[in-house]
Design a protein around this ligand. Sequence first.
Ligand SMILES: Cc1cc2nc3c(=O)[nH]c(=O)nc-3n(C[C@H](O)[C@H](O)[C@H](O)COP(=O)(O)OP(=O)(O)OC[C@H]3O[C@@H](n4cnc5c(N)ncnc54)[C@H](O)[C@@H]3O)c2cc1C
Length: 415
Amino acid sequence: MENSGEQFDVIVIGAGIMGSSTAYQTSKRGHKTLLLEQFDFLHHRGSSHGESRTLRATYPEDYYSRLVIESSHLWEEAESEIGYKVYFKSPQFDMGLSDDKSLRAVIASCRKNSIPHRVLDQRQVHEEFSGRIQLAENWVGVLSDLGGVIKPTKAVSMFQTLALKNGAVLRDNSEVFDIKKDDVRDGVFVCTRNGESFWGRKCVVTVGAWMNKLVQSVTGLVLPIQPLETCVCYWKIKQGHEEEFTIQGGFPTFASYGEPYIYGTPSLEFPGLIKIPVHGGQRCEPDKRTWSPAPMILDSLRQWIRERFGDRVDSTGPVMTQSCLYSMTPDEDFVIDFLGGEFGKDVVVAGGFSGHGFKMAPVVGRVLADLVDNGEAKGVELKQFKLGRFEEKGTGNVKEFEDQVTLADFPSLSD
Ligand SMILES: Cc1cc2nc3c(=O)[nH]c(=O)nc-3n(C[C@H](O)[C@H](O)[C@H](O)COP(=O)(O)OP(=O)(O)OC[C@H]3O[C@@H](n4cnc5c(N)ncnc54)[C@H](O)[C@@H]3O)c2cc1C
């Protein structure tokens, strides 16, 4: 038998938002929990750092809306436990060509899930936003109440603090390189490069863009999760218009469907600047990044800003950019499943959040805690998130609308 140090009910590997919210959930249920992170806590090398993430319930896939609604309650519950805010509410505004298949699917899924929304034409959008957002004649907008901005680094810190308060053990600078089945009893040994080994009754792997590196070295299995390096762009709001683009000024979080898919948040973290990036990136290896990815399709982005926000936002070029990682699956759906094989139901993997998982981290944590507790998640259908979907079809779930993510097919650094 492996010589193990401390024993835990649950070992969570990876302390981004998913691992931190899972550790919060399992420790809250009274499970002795260990959260391991390869770098410093709250580092900027993964996907969960920075100043803003959008929360929206408007999805073309109708299975995400329910998860977002539950998450919005869980965000507030955690805020009330910690005593500060990480989620700042605003409306959500989706827009695109009136016949865009994804936008049509958004409207259909709002109807199916009874998400209050209004479909607005060009003139109504002009009135609603007092000319701040301009649509072409053949575009429509979908305005819904459930939107807002989450502060990511603050949110990760919140869950880690709450987990600690619940008795969890948190260790950073502890890279896990192996997970071994305990042949004597159920459970696993988790081994770090520091030479430590811990025993866990259950293990949850939430290692973001490093998922393949770890899973492949443990099982030989290659998961269809592709890391992308994405570029977050901030643009200058022209003098005198700054307040018009804030949450207090009634400005929404927004997404523009079509090619490219563009999204953004109201001016919040950097007064006078507004975040407007393209949803996409270039393939990368998470340990060999450029740290300065080029803004995607800059000309289209500039044109989009000019056409939507007129002369209120300076569309010459972004005044600030930041690098961040996506973990893409071919169908842009999450992976939440048991690792299987010799590990059976002892190891759960959660990754491939495809650039849209942050808002749902509280419910993902709840679901992962359910899976380690009972082997099934209460009230949530997980079939879209199973690994087996890629065995049936390499590209995973079939959708009747276009991909959202734009993939810059730049050679990766290893090529
Ligand atoms: C620019 C950008 C904008 C986004 N916008 C939105 C948005 O508006 N709305 C939204 O909902 N989502 C958004 N997302 C997506 C969201 O941020 C991610 O889905 C989410 O942060 C993924 O979290 P994670 O915990 O899976 O990954 P990570 O945050 O990367 O966490 C994984 C952790 O595991 C650690 N780790 C890796 N390997 C090991 C190992 N072997 N041992 C120990 N630790 C290990 C890593 O160091 C890392 O800390 C955005 C993402 C980016 C990059």
